[in-house]
Design a protein around this ligand. Structure first.
Ligand code: ADP
Ligand code: MG
Length: 259
């Protein structure tokens, strides 16, 4: 994986702060993801990982700091006490570059797997239906769902639904794929197939930001690991350094607990 990374920056997060009510959830988060890199975010429950992904995807506005996706700047910026307005067009553009996979596979229940995958390309990207179907079949093959293309979500296992959700996100041709604990709602025997699918997506050269507790996946697939605690990045480095030889006691304690 290391070879795929270039020095181009796909995602830049600088001094991001976020409050939820009285809760200072993100306290000056900085890190970057280079094009082609796989970055895993680890951290205890409540450390702000999901909030960070929501801010990056602009499901939630930030209260300060800068987020840049593929060179498009989103987020508010506090400079000299002045809050600069976000640029709605830049936000829309940046969001189009991001594919998101959540813990709870959120397929459209009244559509087959194939219909779920072509929905975005046809309705949002305005691509021809025929071409979208051909491409969707390729993506369903990539995630190992060729046989189940015509099935409805209720007829699919959790692992199959999550793999279809990955295909649906990829169909929008994102430049960055973000995953928020994509396997933590799955029965243990279904975790492996979803991780294997994510590994395939990584092998295709996709840039990925993955929140996960799967240390084995992080060790095998990630170029870098970012460890968060209490709204801050505690540690950020090559996966093996952070996982095998953490510089901070908090990281070491967390790793001992999840192993
Ligand atoms: P993680 O994904 O790392 O478990 P989250 O980003 O979900 O962490 O949550 C970070 C913190 O924000 C937690 O302390 C959580 O309780 C708090 N939080 C989440 N949603 C809200 C909300 N709507 N209002 C207030 N606090 C919230
Ligand atoms: Mg979370």
């Amino acid at each position: 994986m290391m070879g795929a990374a270039t020095t181009d920056t796909m995602l830049k997060i600088e001094g991001v702060n976020k409050w939820l009510g009285d809760n200072h959830v993100l306290r000056g988060v900085d890190f970057i993801v280079r094009t082609g890199e796989i970055v895993c975010v680890l951290g205890p429950s409540g450390s702000g990982k999901s909030t960070l992904l929501r801010c990056i995807n602009h499901l939630d506005p930030v209260d300060g700091g800068i987020i840049e996706v593929a060179g498009k700047r989103i987020g508010y910026e506090l400079r000299g006490g002045v809050l600069y307005e976000r640029d709605e067009r830049a936000v829309a553009k940046a969001r189009q570059h991001i594919g998101m996979v959540f813990q709870h596979f959120n397929l459209f229940g009244h559509m087959t797997a194939l219909e779920n995958v072509i929905y975005g390309p046809v309705k949002i990207l305005k691509r021809p239906r025929r071409e979208s179907i051909d491409k969707a079949r390729d993506l369903l093959a990539l995630v190992g769902m060729t046989e189940r293309a015509e099935a409805y979500p209720s007829q699919l296992s959790g692992g199959q639904q999550q793999r279809a959700a990955i295909a649906r996100a990829l169909a929008m041709e994102p430049r960055l794929m973000m995953f928020d604990e994509p396997t933590s709602a799955l029965d243990p025997e279904l975790v492996g197939e979803v991780l294997a699918t994510m590994r395939k997506v990584a092998d295709e050269g996709m840039t990925m930001l993955v929140v996960t507790h799967e240390i084995g996946f992080a060790r095998e697939v990630a170029d870098r690991v970012v460890f968060m605690d209490q709204g801050r990045v505690v540690e950020d480095g090559p996966a093996r350094d952070v996982l095998d030889n953490p510089a901070h006691e908090r990281t070491a304690t967390f790793l001992r607990r999840v192993r």
